[in-house]
Design a protein around this ligand. Structure first.
Ligand code: GDP
Ligand code: MG
Length: 195
């Protein structure tokens, strides 16, 4: 898939406030600071998503219109400790509505930090998506930070942990080296049936 143009067309802060569905849609979710904005920028090959040093408080669903045809959707991050109960509730309400009502959603890419074992919040996310029948693919981020000597072991550990939930594709990526970016785009392309 060649991304010719990208435009942030909608920032949804309340449930249901989405743009009309298009031909295809994929979404990205993960713990805050997992590298979601960086990955989106790597996929888009330009800086459209905001990358932060400190975990942000993005409480919106951002719709990126790609090639005037598809949506790449940036879901708000989870799992950041310094977030109030009320904020968590708002996050859940927003994402839940999107998962339950967005019929055009084809795949969620669940971003997990490739350097460390998955966290409880990641497992909760997986269980939640499974219970809602949301198809998802696991994307390991920040793989450039994993030593070559530990790489195979780390990948095997992740594969083992996630196999408890079913057979899922796991794609190791790095926004720094560009690892996995073209594979991810190919997969998205297949999903969206674009050649
Ligand atoms: N080494 C490395 N750092 C990364 C990578 N992706 C993101 N980061 C860093 O991780 C931090 C959070 O990134 P960001 O994309 O804002 O994460 P988000 O909160 O999930 O959107 C920033 O300091 C990034 O520079 C990566 O692939 N490799
Ligand atoms: Mg971000």
């Amino acid at each position: 898939m060649i991304i010719r143009d990208v435009e942030l067309v909608k920032v949804a802060r309340t449930p249901g406030d989405y743009p009309p569905s298009l031909k295809g849609e994929v979404a990205f979710v993960g713990r805050s600071n997992v590298g979601k904005s960086s990955l989106l920028n790597a996929l888009f090959n330009r800086k459209v998503a905001f990358v932060s040093k400190t975990p942000g408080k993005t409480r919106s669903i951002n719709f990126y219109l790609v090639n005037s045809k598809y949506y790449f959707v940036d879901l708000p991050g989870y799992g950041y400790a310094k977030v109030s109960k009320k904020e968590r509730m708002l996050w859940k309400r927003l994402v839940e509505d999107y998962f339950k009502n967005r019929w055009s959603l084809q795949m969620v890419f669940l971003l997990v930090d490739g350097r460390i074992p998955p966290q409880d919040s990641d497992f909760m996310m997986i269980e939640w998506m499974k219970s809602l029948n949301i198809p998802f693919t696991i994307v390991l981020t920040k793989m450039d930070k994993v030593k070559m000597s530990e790489r195979a072991k780390k990948l095997e550990e992740h594969r083992k942990v996630f196999s408890r939930y079913g057979e899922y594709t796991i794609i190791p990526t790095s926004s720094v080296t560009g690892e996995g970016i073209s594979e991810l785009l190919d997969l998205i392309s297949t999903l969206l049936k674009e050649n």
